[in-house]
Design a protein. Sequence first.
Length: 483
Amino acid sequence: MHQQPSLGESFRRRLRDNLCSCSCSTAETPAGPEKTAMPPGSALSQHQLDRVKVAKVALEAYYHNLAAQHTDRVKRYELLEQTMDEEELNPDQKQERREQHSQKETEFLRVRRARLTVDDFEPLKVIGKGAFGQVRLVQKRDTGHIYAMKILKKVDILEKDQVAHSRAERDIMAKADNAWVVKMYYSFQDQSSLYLVMEFLPGGDMMSLLIKRDTLTEVETQFYIGECLLALDSIHRMGFIHRDVKPDNLLLDSRGHLKLSDFGLCTGLKKAHRTDFYRNLSAAQPADFAWHPTDSRHRAESWKHRRRQLAYSTVGTPDYIAPEVFSNSGYNKSVDFWSVGVIMFEMLVGFPPFCSDTPQETYRKVMRWRETLCFPPEIPVSKEARETIQSLCCDAQQRLGDLAEVKLEAFFSDLDWDHLRERPAAITVNIKAIDDTSNFDQFPDADLKWPTTTAEKGHERCRKDLAFINYTYKAFAAFADPQ
């Protein structure tokens, strides 16, 4: 007996047919008597060709989004059924829960169709600045919910050829659904800027904590390095490499637990991440890398003084970048583990192992790490901690390459990996209110006006449209989860 295809199968089949037709329509040329020649002088202009290309990509994106939305909706329903089975609800309770879920899904469809703009948010405060924009604390006008909004300037992204990186950040945050990654609720754009609306983590970042504390104890270091490794493992299992792991990108929630951020601002975005920035430096006279007993205090004070300025500059710092990234010799997820080793050194010693007065000098030290990775004799670091750092900051072939290997290190022997996020954090974060920004840098003179848009020529507008097409996103959690 022939079995009728399910609704989901029929939906996917229609989508597949539509995708095939819209992908092939512009590539196929009609043949035979129906084909008519273009009159002389009527060739399409570049602007018209660009508009055709934008329309084609937009159509493909529309159908791909429909498929993804259907898949997500099915997953949410399956999760609901699984949760109800685990809670052992009776049939009446299950039916009531299903009706509530159906109402939420219907309302979410309505919300998703509404266009989001900056006017839907009240800007409260600037809490971060970078080379391509800033981060603001904002409040959504209709719900009162508090978020962190990252604003990126399109013109800067296009000029510096960083479209792929801005897209990567949006895509990874949309795909990631775990407690170790900063949650994104919305993404949208206007003529001048891209906007990422994320959960606000009032604990600040690890860089701020290290500036306040100078160093951490080995117990505190064990806790936060453990959480960092679990966070990285979560994105590695998704098939991503962070490539820009540093204290600036490790954020702390209201309980003091760690989350990863800044997935698009990775290799290639800053000058410090590009090999050509250091071209011809290898021929320069090498510095004296010998360790002097008075270096530790001087380096710690100098590093603390310069650290925040480096975070805001377009040059950045190569302190946390693995040497194989610079050498263009190919690399894998183990580059993230090198960065973790550098951060662990900084937590225990007070400054990263390769810090110098200039990025160029730091680069030379990173490339000559066998000579420069030294522990200050006057600062006590346990044998177990040293061995772990040396197993992370070493040749890529010998480096600890996954979480299972790291867990075997003696330094982590008494760490409860399975319940790390449920236990109290190693350092308590003092939060006075949901919009408390005391753990962030202060920008008293920052302008809270929204970016202005200016009229553009047709071809320039098309270039931007094509580069940032399908950027808009709304998470079901933004509608379903109470803040």
